[in-house]
Design a protein around this ligand. Sequence first.
Ligand SMILES: Nc1ncnc2c1ncn2[C@@H]1O[C@H](COP(=O)(O)OP(=O)(O)O)[C@@H](O)[C@H]1O
Ligand SMILES: [Mg+2]
Length: 255
Amino acid sequence: MIVPIRYIETLPGKAAHLFLFSDGNRYAVKCKNNFHGTRELVNEYVVARLGQLLNLPVVPFEIVTMTEKQIQQIPKKFSSHYQPGKQFASLFIDNCIGLAKKPPRPTINELNNPHILAGILVFDYWVHDADRTKSNILLKRHPDGQYDIHMIDHGKCFPGGYKWNAETLQKSKKFKKESIVHVWTVDMLNDLNIITSYIEKILALSDVSIEEVIQDIPVDWNVSNENKVALFKYLKERKKTLAESVYTFVKKYLN
Ligand SMILES: Nc1ncnc2c1ncn2[C@@H]1O[C@H](COP(=O)(O)OP(=O)(O)O)[C@@H](O)[C@H]1O
Ligand SMILES: [Mg+2]
């Protein structure tokens, strides 16, 4: 188990704090009872686990335990309401950029795995990630000029986002704002079959593996049994409308 050694800085957005950990790596830590609420950690965790099941490039993460004393290393203006216990930590990926607001952007040939973008798009529709902004994918440029893509920040997933509950999950929500990352993805898409294959991959994900993820949510993140059941039901039900909503979006932007 890794433990935090030293606080380094607070990252843009003020909810993630960079720490050096005992394995020698830096992690961006989001803490219990932050200003978004502890649901942010639940969403980060559940969505990261589901993303891993689909081989999507979710940044490696750990659930870490932090004591009151370790939390106090974070400036009080951010941390005064934080609670000791389990926290969500994602491995800090160095030297990345987000997606540029306007072109020029990496071209399809400059991406090491461009298909993965279609996977992210379909996945975001499944988990209702309303926050795939230009800052929430990381592009890491290698010396050969090629880019890797990493996914971060799944705090605002599921209908209801930071405040989801059994009731909000039942409301079928459309995204208020289209994601610049999703539009960029479709703009580069040259084969609808890639989208279809990711839809099939999600549909094929077994109930048992989804249930396992939900059962593994740390107890001290306070998700009631009723809400766990509702989350499972949301993920299962959403599969039924996934293809239609993804294709509707894709057709709108396909060249
Ligand atoms: N694992 C990570 N690796 C690299 N940068 C990160 C990582 N996690 C967060 N960041 C940086 O910190 C910013 C804020 O983190 P994020 O998880 O997006 O929180 P918020 O909910 O505040 O948007 C990101 O836009 C990114 O620049
Ligand atoms: Mg973010």
